[in-house]
Write a protein of this length. Structure first.
Length: 327
């Protein structure tokens, strides 16, 4: 019982799968070709839709009438079906590649934005390095001047001779105090600039993190970027191989499922034969089994059955004489 139900339901499952794959392939193909010929979108949609339907009809026709259809027509329909499969595959490739290009364009704009922020960040880092060096030298000078002024001994380095000179001259002391005031003022300015540069640097780093995390493109292209980094192959080549794999399976699978559905429904039909009155009657399963067995047992006319050999004893049995000599 369950086997009969399975035999009757499974062809419909195959047909539903064939229609779903064919419909999705037709949709992607029509969309891709309409984008390719954007000047006549509506006309292209009508043309490609009719061709998609005709392709499925051709596949069913070639299977149903494979033994009776004329050879020339069979060859033409076969070539037409192959060409339609190639056209559908081209449309699917165009649709998927266009979708990838949109995502890749968004990713490119995001990468450019990140690059611009990184350039600004690097400029700030260079300025920060310069001011940090100046700040370090000024801190050292301020420390030395304060130390000398606190002990009433001024040590300074002669510019011409390079010697360290100790002095307690009041004029020299006033000059060094002015230098200390200038150094402290400069030190304050540099500290302010360093603080501002650190704030800008933190701002740019935060912007880079936000741009990388607050976009959907990173999630879409994440697997491709991972494969590209793992294999060292550019993402464009990886997506091209992936699209070629899809189109080589997509539409040929739809055609194969349509043929499989025709085959399943053909097996589902009851077998018939002509009776002695020329009417078609349904052959029962028991009769099919009997006919198969009969065909196996019945010898072919070219090889007649071999007769069973009969052994005939032509010589009479030997004569045995009784023991008493009487016959």
């Amino acid at each position: 019982m369950w086997k009969k139900i399975q035999q009757r339901i499974f062809p419909f499952i195959i047909a539903a799968s064939a229609l779903s794959v064919s419909a999705s392939a037709a949709f992607y193909s029509v969309s891709g070709l309409s984008k390719l010929f954007a000047g006549a979108t509506f006309a292209v949609i009508i043309m490609t839709t009719s061709l998609e339907v005709a392709k499925l009809v051709i596949a069913s026709l070639l299977y149903q009438y494979r033994t009776t259809i004329p050879k020339l027509l069979k060859y033409y329909l076969t070539i037409a079906a192959v060409v339609l499969v190639l056209i559908t595959s081209m449309g699917i490739y165009g649709f998927l590649s266009a979708a990838y290009q949109e995502t890749a364009a968004k990713a490119g704009s995001i990468d450019a934005k990140i690059t611009l922020i990184e350039v600004k960040r690097d400029n700030v880092k260079e300025q920060l390095a310069v001011y940090s060096d100046e700040k370090s030298s000024i801190n050292t000078a301020v420390s030395d001047l304060r130390s000398g002024l606190s002990t009433n001994k001024i040590q300074y380095k002669d510019k011409e001779t390079g010697q360290i000179i100790n002095t307690t001259s009041s004029s020299t002391r006033r000059a060094l105090e002015r230098q200390l005031d200038q150094a402290i003022t400069r030190q304050t300015e540099i500290n302010t600039k360093v603080d501002n540069l650190n704030e800008q640097l933190f701002k740019y780093e935060t912007e880079i993190v936000e741009v990388k995390t607050n976009n959907d493109v990173a999630g879409e292209l994440g697997p491709l970027k991972y494969l590209s980094g793992l294999t060292g192959i550019p993402m464009d080549k990886i997506i091209n191989w992936l699209l070629l794999t899809i189109i080589f399976v997509f539409d040929p699978l739809a055609i194969a499922l349509v043929i499989a559905a025709n085959f399943a429904f053909e097996k589902l039909r009851p077998k018939t034969k002509n009776n002695i009155y020329g009417e078609k009657v349904i052959i029962k399963e028991e009769e099919i089994v009997v006919e198969e067995v009969t065909e196996e047992v019945t010898p072919s006319p070219e090889q007649p059955p071999t007769p069973t050999p009969v052994i005939i004893n032509q010589d009479p049995p030997p004569f045995h004489q009784p023991a008493n000599g009487r016959r």
